[in-house]
Ligand binder design. Structure first.
Ligand SMILES: Nc1ncnc2c1ncn2[C@@H]1O[C@H](COP(=O)(O)OP(=O)(O)OP(=O)(O)O)[C@@H](O)[C@H]1O
Length: 351
């Protein structure tokens, strides 16, 4: 039976494991136990939900009782000198107010649920909202060595924001160079603690500040957030071009406020339009990473520092964020070893 289990794992394929489940395992031990068999694995990226589905299917197909033990060991896809962080992912939007910060927080929480160590850095110098969204707006970071700040912890995430350090009114008068210096200081002078992923909540827009950040920070990849509205999609195209310019791969686009489901009758309405992000993804050959509904609990969570992803990991909305989070990190794993300029070992010859 041990051999049957191993060969099942080798041939198991799904959207999350297109090259087989074995391809993403850095450890696989199968041993008999009192219940049946124990499958003990180590994953190369966080995807507990998809792994559990695979193991459940295997137990059914092989008609055997299986226990699962899993952990995650993520590698850096790009070399850099930010200590305590393996992979930096920029969460960006062209237009303001599309729900970028809310989505960044919920994706970070979903990644955490899927088995990763995750941090979030609020680069929105002019309107830092991460402290409020994580319910830690009234806290101040300390320091152990007098040199680097300790990140604060909100809903299990390591977090740093200019909002912890200076009043909003002070940061809002900073000019471009001052704002980007403040941000790079925040990134470099925080004692990040062995994070698999640091998500950067980028300031909205595609101006000089955003360009400088994209250039200065060793970002492994970017992920764009948009609403289905034409005006947001126009700006997100500019954002993608900006990342192209600085050779940061854009993994895909997340459509936020994609639809709304009426809590009384279940009718689905497309308040901000329909099909826009899908069209954009096709046009720019990037992935549509997922579609998030306009949801009351998402809004309440963001306002009160308690996300629905944290409150109920099995709810429908949690599953949507978890799927998006897994799509992002699996893309990073499968694609970036050859797409990232820092790790590329292919040369493309134009004919
Ligand atoms: N899926 C959603 N469902 C309901 N409300 C949402 C959703 N996403 C975001 N919101 C709400 O929309 C508002 C704007 O969200 P958020 O602050 O995340 O946007 P942003 O793009 O980061 O803004 P800014 O450009 O100012 O940084 C917030 O009140 C948030 O609660």
């Amino acid at each position: 039976m041990e051999e049957e289990i191993r060969s099942y794992i080798k041939q198991y394929r799904s959207k999350c494991f297109p090259f087989g489940l074995l391809n993403v395992l850095t450890k696989l031990n199968v041993t008999e136990n009192s219940n049946g068999y124990l499958v003990d694995v180590c994953l190369a990226f966080p995807c507990f939900t998809q792994l559990k589905l695979a193991i459940e299917k295997m137990a059914e197909d092989l008609d055997v009782n299986l226990d699962l033990k899993a952990n995650v060991q993520v590698e850096a896809v790009r070399q850099h000198n930010i200590s305590g962080v393996k992979n930096i992912i920029a969460i960006a939007s062209g237009k303001g107010g599309v729900g970028k910060s809310t989505t960044a927080v919920n994706i970070a929480l979903a990644l955490q649920e899927e088995g990763a160590r995750v941090g979030i850095l609020d680069a929105d110098i002019y309107g830092p909202s991460i402290p409020t969204m994580l319910g830690i707006g009234d806290q101040k970071p300390g320091s152990e060595d007098g040199k680097r700040m300790l990140p604060l912890n909100g809903l299990g995430l390591s977090a740093m924001s200019i909002g912890f350090l200076v009043p909003d009114s002070q940061a809002s008068i900073w000019r471009g160079p001052m704002a980007s210096t403040a941000f790079t200081q925040l990134l470099n002078e925080t004692a990040w603690d062995d994070l698999d992923y640091l998500l950067i909540d980028m300031p909205p827009g595609t101006g000089d500040i955003q360009l400088t950040l994209a250039q200065k920070v060793p970002v492994a990849a970017a992920c764009m957030i948009t609403t289905p509205q034409d005006i947001a999609l126009i700006d997100v195209r500019k954002g993608i071009s900006m990342f192209d310019k600085v050779q940061v791969p854009v993994l895909g686009v997340v459509e936020n406020m994609s639809y709304h489901i009426c809590s009384n009758c279940g009718h689905e309405s497309h308040i901000f339009g329909q099909g826009g992000a899908e069209h954009l993804a096709g046009e720019r050959e990037i992935e549509l990473l997922g579609q998030i509904p306009l949801d009351l609990e998402v809004r309440q969570g963001a306002d009160h520092g308690n996300s629905p992803v944290f409150a109920d990991i099995d709810s429908d909305i949690s599953q949507i964020y978890r799927r998006i989070a897994t799509n992002i990190v699996s893309d990073l794993y499968y694609q970036l070893d050859w797409r990232s300029p820092a790790t590329a070992n292919l040369s493309i010859i134009e004919e």
